[in-house]
Design a protein around this ligand. Structure first.
Ligand SMILES: [Zn+2]
Length: 583
């Protein structure tokens, strides 16, 4: 217990130190004018030189703003060489999971380059001070790290024989467990009669240590003791600040996953505060529907439902039309036979029991779809639901869309769906994609330009914690289609213009969240949500430069990115400590 306590004290202390660097600016003006380069994302005036804000709402632009400042003697803040855009929108992310994973052992390819390094990190963590009752590691990434074969059960047991160990992959669609973790979750190590989906056994019925896909991983995670509520809340508040520092002012939570008693409740509690740096729009998991009706306000709102129709392309989970590519990566490192096409998590009949009913009640439905078969199933069920009950104002969402075809894009447009693309795949996995799906499919991977050409509402997302929060990387990748190593271009014909990328990150995301009337652009009457860059993102992206930075953000006219540690954080920290000490 003493070990835990010391560790938690250290964590809390570090959180405070990091928090104090960003104290919220005092006495912010309720009415002011900003002048400088302003990119409006509106067709009738793409640039302006001034914006007038009162009580969090845009009152006027350009000349109107400048004369208001003169007439009313308003404070004018000059933006200098910087450039102001609408607040960025991240329409697909998982802040609770990200917050909690922030406290896990990092085994990602962002910080490691070989299996040996990762195993060393794991052993060090297992031998060191125990921060939590379970050892949870996150970021195992066999696609980004060339020699990363899955750990065997023996290797996992060698990490610890008495403390449960869970290693989550970067895409969170696969996990590796030691025997103690399986036992803690009530799963028998040897059981030839157990064919529960997701728990991978060898021919003798012995677990291999590998667990696949959301429901099986969820079963394991739910067996782990959760962190004290105030620790989780503090972590989530710091997570919000992280999005704000990256330039985001709005997030869409596509599944409030995360090991908390009430993740939606905690998101709501933080988001409805005036000082929250983010607006939060939530898509519930089916088991959260009973507790939270759809609706809310412009700070926190439940929009609908999230379902995963298939899994990740990097774990064999994507429901492709054709099998995986036959390569060393698929056969040896990932253990995916090249005939494998990925499974659908729901049959069409399953979906018929779920989707039409939610559609009828006005829920906006976001479906995780990567492979063509998953997308086809989504289109079929949406077509049925819409035909039997047309709802013109309701636009459902297709998430990720790795291999959506031209015909499917056309059909999605007819059904008034929106598409969100996970272009980080191109950056982090662009080097591995040819070995995973072969050159023909690489040439049509994440077809953002085709979606725009089909006239679909289109957004870009980072699916944090699947990748680190970084809006600039996403825009850059969408315009260049370059891998992290700089060696590979993935479907360069799908590159979009800087203007299209910034639009997707602002109005595109806002429209996808059905909030286009309140955020997403500079328009009189909209919320004063802004992101300040060190220079014009449009110009910088067009020039192919890498020195673009986010300086700060405003939400409802309040500066946010520079601050959010408040007296509330401090009292939370103390209550977290108290809870730890009393355990
Ligand atoms: Zn996601």
């Amino acid at each position: 217990m003493r070990k835990f306590l010391i560790s938690f004290l250290t964590i809390i202390l570090l959180l405070f130190i990091s928090g104090y660097l960003y104290l919220i600016p005092a006495d912010q003006d309720k009415e002011f004018v900003l002048t400088g380069t302003i990119l409006t994302m509106e067709n009738d005036g793409p640039n302006t030189n001034a914006v007038w804000v009162r009580n969090g709402i845009i009152q006027g632009l350009g000349e109107a703003a400048i004369s208001a400042a003169a007439e009313k003697g308003l404070p004018i803040k000059d933006l200098g060489d910087n450039a102001l855009t609408p607040g960025l929108v991240e329409p697909h992310t998982h802040p609770v999971a990200a917050a909690l994973l922030g406290a896990t052992v990092d085994v990602s390819a962002f910080t490691h380059s070989s299996r040996q390094e990762i195993m060393a990190t794991l052993h060090e963590a297992a031998d060191g001070i125990a921060l939590t009752p379970w050892l949870i590691a996150f970021g195992w990434d066999p696609v980004a790290i060339a020699d990363l074969a899955p750990p065997t059960l023996e290797e996992l047991d060698a990490l610890s024989s008495d403390r449960p160990v869970v290693i989550l992959t970067q895409m969170m669609h696969e996990a590796y467990l030691n025997s103690v973790a399986f036992q803690a979750a009530g799963v028998k190590i040897i059981d030839p009669d157990d064919h529960t989906e997701g728990f991978i056994r060898d021919k003798s019925g012995k677990l291999t240590g590998v667990v696949r896909e959301v429901s099986a991983i969820g079963k394991i995670i739910s067996a782990a003791p959760s962190a004290p509520n105030s620790v989780s809340e503090l972590l989530l508040r710091l997570q919000f600040k992280k999005y704000a520092k990256a330039g985001y002012t709005t997030i869409g939570v596509t599944g409030a996953v995360g090991r908390l008693p009430d993740p939606v409740g905690m998101l709501k509690k933080i988001s409805i505060e005036e000082i929250s740096p983010l607006r939060t729009f939530v898509y519930l998991l089916p088991d959260q529907v009973a507790k939270y009706p759809i609706g809310g306000n412009d700070r926190f709102q439940v929009l609908g439902l999230k379902l995963w129709l298939d899994g990740s392309p990097f774990t064999g989970g994507a429901a492709f039309e054709d099998g995986y590519h036959d390569s060393e990566l698929t056969s040896k490192r990932l253990g995916i036979p090249h005939t494998h096409r990925g499974n659908l998590n729901y049959s069409l009949d399953d979906l018929r029991k779920i989707i039409p009913a939610y559609h009828a009640k006005g829920y906006q439905i976001a479906l995780h779809v990567q492979g063509e078969r998953a997308i086809e199933e989504a289109l079929t069920i949406f077509e049925e639901a819409i035909k039997s009950n047309p709802k013109p104002g309701l636009s459902h969402r297709l998430e990720h869309n790795a291999l959506i075809t031209e015909a499917q894009l056309q059909k999605a447009k007819k059904l008034n769906l929106s598409t969100g693309f996970f272009v980080d795949h191109v950056y982090f996995y662009g080097d591995a994609l040819p070995q995973l799906i072969g050159p023909d499919r690489v040439n049509r991977y994440m077809p953002v330009k085709s979606a725009l050409e089909a006239g679909l509402v289109t957004s870009l997302h980072g699916d944090h914690p699947a990748t680190p929060v970084d809006a600039i990387r996403i825009m850059t990748t969408a315009t260049r289609r370059l891998s992290k190593s700089g060696k590979n271009l993935t479907a360069p014909n799908q590159a979009i213009s800087p203007q299209q990328a910034l639009y997707a990150m602002t109005m595109g995301g806002a429209t996808q969240l059905q909030q286009q009337d309140i955020i997403g652009s500079f328009k009189v009457g909209k919320q004063a949500d802004f992101t300040l860059f060190n220079k014009s993102p449009l110009q910088t992206l067009a020039e192919g430069k890498n020195d673009l930075k986010v300086i700060k953000t405003w939400k409802s006219g309040l500066e946010t990115a520079t601050g959010s540690l408040t007296i509330e954080h401090i009292s939370l920290g103390f209550s977290a400590l108290k809870q730890m000490i009393s355990k």
